[in-house]
Design a protein around this ligand. Structure first.
Ligand code: SAH
Length: 259
């Protein structure tokens, strides 16, 4: 099947060409009907958007960076004109769009920026109750990975601190035009009921990032610069490396080092 938009590699454009897969991705959003706002990142040629617009025309927004795709979508869905936003999800002023409201996030994400998309969603966690997205398989597995695993890292700990994360299913390259070189997976993230951490959250982010940026060092060494003002690293963690530790462990460490 050919695409109505010339696929651009630099924008990570691999358009979904299988409506059944699109429907399956859309149905991963558990509370779809409950949301006043559903933001699709990178709608492209709209195979996924189609279902969302059909079923929730007054909730759907599409944010797409590519002018050509935006023109195509506006022509295909004229009634949605003011909901099709030309913009970069990584920079767009989301508050301008949604104010303080909650919004669900969905998309067949551009793989070259999928980690950055997750970091931005985490920054907006107070407003994003649920996310369903297509990722490169390895990235989806990394985000959902339990501790004690080579791929367990910053994205896993930070995402799982606030969300229940699960890989839902895998998708072969052939359902996209053009096919990517990698396998894809659909990931689902549901915000935890109580998503406020019992510690300084800003410090928690920097502890996790610092520990994993030197993942071969023990915490005694990697977190040395955090131990000030009467805080201390609990002795049971001093000789550990970050990939062994759960979200709970990182919370305990954050509590202890803030004294
Ligand atoms: N959802 C579509 C397209 C997926 S390809 C489908 O399933 O067919 C990824 C899409 O993300 C492309 O349309 C690309 O132009 C868009 N994109 C890339 N970077 C973006 C960014 N920073 N902000 C918003 N959209 C982006």
């Amino acid at each position: 099947m050919s695409s109505p938009v010339r696929p651009k590699k630099s924008l990570g454009q691999h358009f979904l060409a299988d409506k059944r897969v699109a429907m399956k991705v859309a149905s991963c959003l558990e509370n779809l009907s409950a949301y006043r706002h559903i933001l699709e990142i990178g709608p492209g040629t709209g195979v996924l958007s189609h279902f969302l617009i059909d079923s929730h025309p007054d909730a759907w927004y599409g944010m797409e960076i590519d002018r050509e795709s935006v023109d195509y979508l506006r022509a295909a869905y004229p009634k949605q004109d003011d909901r099709i936003i030309q913009g970069d999800f990584l920079r767009y002023d989301l508050q301008r769009l949604f104010g303080p409201d909650q919004f669900a996030v969905i998309g067949n994400f551009p793989y070259n920026i999928s980690s950055q998309i997750i970091f931005r969603v985490l920054a907006f966690r107070a407003q994003v109750p649920e996310l369903t997205g297509m990722f490169q398989k390895e990235v989806a597995q990394r985000i959902a990975s339990p501790p004690g695993n080579k791929v367990y890292g910053i994205l896993s700990v930070l995402s799982q601190a606030f969300y229940d994360v699960r890989v839902r299913f895998h998708i072969p390259p052939g359902v996209f035009v053009p096919p990517p070189k990698v396998m894809s997976s659909v990931l689902h993230m549901h915000r935890k009921k109580d998503f406020l951490l019992p510690c300084n959250e800003k410090l928690f982010f920097s502890v996790v990032k610092t520990a994993f940026n030197q993942r071969r060092k023990t915490l005694r060494n990697s977190l040395r610069s955090f131990i000030v003002d009467g805080g201390k690293l609990p002795p049971q963690y001093a000789g550990e490396r970050p990939e062994q530790l759960s979200v709970k462990d990182f919370v305990s460490i954050t509590q202890a080092i803030s004294g």
